[in-house]
Design a protein around this ligand. Sequence first.
Ligand code: PXP
Length: 235
Amino acid sequence: MPKLGVNIDHAASLRQLRDGIEPEIASCAILCESAGCDSIVVHLRQDQRHIKESDVYLLKKVVKTKLNLEMSTDKRIVEVACRAKPHQATLVPERRNEVTTEGGLDVIANFKRVKDVVAQLKEEGIVVSLFIDPKKKQIDAARKIVDMIELHTGRYADARLAQRGKYLDELTKAVHYAKDLGLVVNAGHGLDYDNVEPVARIEGIEELNIGYSIICQAIFIGLGRAVKRMKDLIS
Ligand code: PXP
C-alpha cells in the first residue's frame, strides 16, 4: 500500500486571497498528520503565489512526518531549500503563468543544471527526488543522478475514461521499469477520489502525493459543520 503525502499548497492559496493568516498553514499540516498522512508536501514557487518562504521554515519546525519541498532549480529557491533543509526536495519544472505543474521535468535537456542542484541539496543532507513523465528515457536520465523519482500521473488523471487504461498501462510499465533500475518510485498529480484506486494498486509505488482534490473534499466534508458552528454562535 503506498504512503500518502498531502500537498497543502491550496490551503495557502486560500490564505493568500486575503493576504492574511488563515487558514494557518502549520495547523493544516498538523491536522493532516494527525489524520494519518505520511508526509507534508509544499511547492515554493518563484512567485510565492501560495506557499511563502517563511512557511517553509515554519513547516520544517512543526512537521513530524516528512517535509517534501517541491521546487524548481532556480538559484534563489535552491538557496532557500539549503537554508530550510526539508527532509526531501522534489525538483519540478516551473513556468511562471502555468496554473499547475504541467509536465515532468525534462532531465535530459537540463541534465547539467539538475545534476548540480541535486549535488548541492544532497550536500545539505536533503533526499532528492525528480518529478518526471513516465517515459523510459527520462527514467534512465534520472537514474544517473538520483535514487528517487516521482512519476507525473497527470496524463492518466486528465484522460477521458476510454483512454485511461492506456495511460494506466504506461504508468504501470514506467513504475516497473524504474523499480528494476533500483529507484524508489513515487507518483502524483491530478489524483482524486474517483481515479486514485487503480494507481494505488500498482505494485511498487512508495508514495502518492495528492493535494487539490483533498483540499476540495475538505470543503464538502467540513462546510456543513462550519455553517452550523457560526449559526450556533450567532444565536
Ligand atoms: N506532485 C507534484 C510533483 C506536484 O507538483 C503536485 C502539484 O503541486 C502534486 C503532486 C499534487 O497534485 P494535485 O494538487 O493535482 O493533487
